[in-house]
Design a protein around this ligand. Sequence first.
Ligand SMILES: Nc1ncnc2c1ncn2[C@@H]1O[C@H](COP(=O)(O)OP(=O)(O)OP(=O)(O)O)[C@@H](O)[C@H]1O
Length: 248
Amino acid sequence: MAGLLEISHLCKSFDTIKVIDDFSLEVTEGTLCCLVGPNGAGKTTTMDLITGRIKPTSGKITFAGEDITGADEHAIARAGIGRKFQVPAVLRDLTVRENLSVAYSRQTNPFWNLCRFKVPGLEQKIDEIATLADLTHRLGEKAGILSHGETQWLEISMVLMQEPRLMLMDEPIAGMTEGEIEKTARIFKDLRKSTTLIVVEHDMGFVREIADVVTVMHMGTLLAQGSLQEIEADPRVRSVYLGEQEAA
Ligand SMILES: Nc1ncnc2c1ncn2[C@@H]1O[C@H](COP(=O)(O)OP(=O)(O)OP(=O)(O)O)[C@@H](O)[C@H]1O
């Protein structure tokens, strides 16, 4: 079966420095892939290349059978790739429900969107996603009063409102408490029943909880891929990645 996302021989140079070097990856629909690797390995750059934030120097990216290499960021989002950044971008003066309503429309002007609240099925969709993210009791509250964890879950929910077929997340548990991390793991386990995910993560305990497949990057290349057990047993990974963590 072809992957939902197929990255072939991707390269990206900044000036003369090659930061992504012949990187290939296939992500199967319905899986949660954790992208790990030491600092500077090229994880964020890869996410930026997938979402069209930056253009590759060479190589090819195919999503759902469509060549999206070098496509515009909005076109890639419309094709079904959503991204949650590390720093939340919720609208703090709007309620959680209003934030989700705004996110539903792909229009760029949030105030215009607010005038279009009566979209058929919207309330049901908000309720479903709020349930998944355990935010039902917060729907009427202003986003600005949410805890750090709740803000992250709201932003995940906002990406989900856009119905992505593939969702990319940059270090989703950064700054979370132990309890929030546990809850996020539960949310992700539910989420992967309906969405394909790529999660960039440093916390191997969290990776252990959520990953179907772990992809290890090192110096812009694919170092290893497999289950966490396979990755942990791989001597190359131990030396460049886990070894580095143990030494920290
Ligand atoms: N715009 C840029 N110009 C020049 N070099 C860049 C640029 N963006 C990233 N790099 C370099 O590319 C390499 C990969 O960076 P990237 O942020 O993708 O790594 P990462 O694996 O996400 O690291 P971290 O885990 O620390 O976030 C680094 O050496 C970085 O300095």
